[in-house]
Design a protein around this ligand. Sequence first.
Ligand SMILES: Nc1ncnc2c1ncn2[C@@H]1O[C@H](COP(=O)(O)OP(=O)(O)OP(=O)(O)O)[C@@H](O)[C@H]1O
Length: 440
Amino acid sequence: MKMAAPAESSDPNRALTSTRFSDLKPPLSEPVLEALALSGFDFCTPVQAATIPLLCSYKDVAVDAATGSGKTLAFVIPLVEILRRSPSPKPHQVVGLIISPTRELSSQIYHVAQPFISTLSNVKSMLLVGGVEVKSDMRKIEEDGANLLIGTPGRLNDIMERMDMLDFRSVEILILDEADRLLDMGFQKQINSIISRLPKLRRTGLFSATQTEAVEELAKAGLRNPVRVEVRAEIKSLENSTSSQQLLPSKTPSGLHIEYLECEADKKPSQLVEVLTKNASQKVIIYFMTCACVDYWGTVLPLLAPLKSFSIISLHGKMKQSAREKALASFTSLSSGILLCTDVAARGLDIPGVDSIVQYDPPQDPNMFIHRVGRTARLGRQGSAIVFLLPKEEAYVEFLRVRRVPLEERKAADNLCDIIPQVNYLRRFICEFCFPPLNT
Ligand SMILES: Nc1ncnc2c1ncn2[C@@H]1O[C@H](COP(=O)(O)OP(=O)(O)OP(=O)(O)O)[C@@H](O)[C@H]1O
């Protein structure tokens, strides 16, 4: 088993278009252009070039673009421009909301947005996430006011229910980041409750790397005649690798090399150690199924002689908020090391320099596969990902690979999933992502 080359050999510029932010129509304001220039952002990514003009022209959007393609600025910039054109809000008048599924992601969005929000003289933003006393959030809002709320659905809904003093009648824009996750069963109740308090005449943007097609979801989020924006990376087709190299749309970034490793259950621990020691100088994220697994491996791995010198950090949703923040900050600052985590760290996190993703346990939700592997190979960089599969699961991949089954036949191969029910949930991402890119 071989991991792909680490991230140094990459070229983030390949992920940019030739459109400058200053070329966009309607034009962006001077303060926003200055803030972009200060951050070193001159050229748009494809999703930014496609989405910013639409939202700035007051269109609702449902945006589906690969992980690490720059979706955050694709909604932060138009949000700031829309608020700039609106009347100055009073201290407790809310004019915008950005909702995302995890505390870490909300915090990241909050920090990415600050240089742009600070160009608006009268708009105060506030991060509202669980893990801190709700009363202290309420006190802060009472004393300082809040106009742009960035946070997780639970805390936002809680604040909305408890604080009559907040006025939502002037909300101009609602952004749902990782929209498919926010609109699924888990968050449906809170999102419905939040949306029911917002005015219908507002702009709404849905963003994700795994946007679902379901029209009902768009209706649930209250979109009005939304424009669908779909931006796909392109990968070379293996079928035509010798002749004309055909480019196919891909749901994963083009610089990402995905592999699987067949492994008996009792051999998984030793295989994991082997993978880690072979890639000692890399920055690696390992996904496990449960918080208990993360705790277990967080105790065991540092005790193993071959891994003694490795920086190993654990992150899961049952840790205290302060420990979660510390873990993420520590891993972010490392140039090489290992993060052991659950899917709490699967979506949206923009951690610099991650070389490889290891999925010790495959995800239960196939969409999560895309988000997990998307923590590497961001914005045109290179990265690798490996998923551990039990032989029963691997047999299915092998069946597809050896036969090089065309798409129609792959559907017929569903019968195999009926015989091996354990692989049923793997079917979607294996078909889409491990085949054809797997070329051993
Ligand atoms: N126009 C740009 N020029 C250069 N770098 C950019 C530009 N836009 C975004 N980036 C950088 O690209 C990286 C990925 O951006 P971002 O986190 O917004 O991706 P994303 O599409 O939201 O990913 P995910 O689907 O994983 O949430 C960030 O480090 C960001 O700073």
